[in-house]
Structure formats: C-alpha cells, structure tokens
Design a protein around this ligand. Sequence first.
Ligand SMILES: CC(C)(COP(=O)(O)OP(=O)(O)OC[C@H]1O[C@@H](n2cnc3c(N)ncnc32)[C@H](O)[C@@H]1OP(=O)(O)O)[C@@H](O)C(=O)NCCC(=O)NCCS
Length: 244
Amino acid sequence: MARFTTEEALAFISAMSLTLKGKVGFKWMVEKLSALSEYIESLAAENDVLRGRLAECAPHEETTSVCIESASAEDLSDVLEVENRAFAGDPDIEILVRDLLGDPTAQPLVSLLAREAGRPIGHIMFTAVHINGSEREVRASILAPLAVVPERQRQGIGGRLIERGLGMLDASGVELVFVLGHPAYYPQFGFEPAGALGLAAPFPIPDDHADAWMVRTLRHGVLDGAHGTVVCAESMNKAQYWRE
Ligand SMILES: CC(C)(COP(=O)(O)OP(=O)(O)OC[C@H]1O[C@@H](n2cnc3c(N)ncnc32)[C@H](O)[C@@H]1OP(=O)(O)O)[C@@H](O)C(=O)NCCC(=O)NCCS
C-alpha cells in the first residue's frame, strides 16, 4: 500500500501551492491525493487494532469482562468468599448460604456467581417461597442474599446479577419474586412495596421499614387472586433474617 511519510506530506503541501500556481500537473496531484487517502485508511485500521489491544489489557474499565454463571458445588468457597467480604464477616451470612444450598424446601433455587478474570466478585441467590392463604397457587421466589465485593460495588454488578436471575426465573415459570432489602436500590429493577399489595412478609416488618419488603411481578395480572403471607424455606424462616 502506498504510504505517505512526513516528508511526502510536506512535499504534498508545497506541491499543492505549486499546482495552484500552475507549476506541476493536475494528474500528479490526483495520484498524491489517492496515496494520502490510502494512508489515512491504514492509520484508521491501525487505530482499531490498538483499541482492541487496549480493551484486552484494561478489563477493569468495563463490565463486559464480567462473566455470570450458575454456581456449582465446586464454587462454594468462592461464593462464601464473596458473601463474607460483602457482608463484612457477619457470621449469619455464611450460615444462611450453606443452609439454603442444602435445604430441600428452598428448591428450586437459583445461585449465580459473577467472576472477573476468574476472580469471584458477586453472588446472588433466589429460593422458592409459597404464599399461604392465596386464592390460587402462584410460583414465587425470594431474592436473598445479594453480595458484591467491596472494590466492585456501585459498578453495575449487583444489577446484572439481579437482571440475569429474574430472566432465569421468568423463563422457568416463576411469577413473583420477593426481597427484603434497601428500598432505594431494588425499585430500579421493578420491585415495589409488597405489603400494600396484600402480600405479607414471613415475619412482621416494623412500619418504619415497611417499604423494604418488596415484590417484583414477572407476569401481567399475576396479583389477581394472589394475596396472603409468604412462607420461605425452613432455613430462612428465622427471625434473625427478618430484621431490616
Ligand atoms: C447492595 C449491593 C448488592 C449493590 O450492588 P452493586 O453492584 O454495588 O450495585 P449496582 O452497581 O448494581 O447499583 C448501583 C446503584 O444502586 C444504588 N445502590 C447501591 N447500593 C446501595 C445501597 N446500599 N443502598 C441504596 N442504594 C444503593 C445506587 O443508586 C447506586 O448508584 P450510584 O452508585 O450511582 O449511587 C452491594 O453494594 C453490596 O454487596 N452491598 C453489601 C451487602 C448488601 O447490603 N447486600 C444487599 C442486601 S439487601
């Protein structure tokens, strides 16, 4: 490919003025213009290659390098590492996760682990619940716990785990998903106060925290005839997990 060196570029500029003064031919100018255009194209191609290499070298700048997969039994220590770091060593969190994973009444459950360059950075769990007193049988789950390691918080990882989990539950026929959590966080993913919709938490939630008990509907019209008290898996059915 014809290349334009700095010297040629300078010669080209002086030639332009010569052409304008009528001292070199028009055909020569066209040839030089075509070489210049090829040179610009080759620069653009080099630029693309360099951008690609930069993206590979700096995965932390983007969340695209984060991979989210169902957690298997072999991932247990990574899951617990994420949970313990996110909840700053609260001993209850490890007990809850271990118990839920082995609890038949929590089935079907969804446990997703987010990794970045192989390193575990986020974890989310959804476990089955029932609605006592509901006029019709509703397939429902509860989101708990959700954890992102401190250095990767507020970078969209929690949101991606929630969206992925909701998508999987929806595809499997789940209609409602509950959560007891930050009322400023979960509404951005479609959660709304559940108590006002006639869906009570397993343990009473104090009035000043009532909006922390939320539900996300996955099917239009699912709330028709679906009212009552949520009953969660046995291992989560303990008062200590229901203080917000
Ligand atoms: C809460 C948590 C899971 C959120 O995950 P994340 O990846 O940090 O959050 P995202 O990046 O998806 O969302 C960020 C946005 O959500 C909101 N948000 C995040 N954490 C929040 C919190 N603790 N309270 C209220 N809003 C919060 C903010 O609007 C934030 O945007 P901003 O940074 O522009 O203010 C994570 O911070 C965490 O693991 N915290 C410790 C454990 C915990 O509290 N788990 C949740 C139990 S319900």
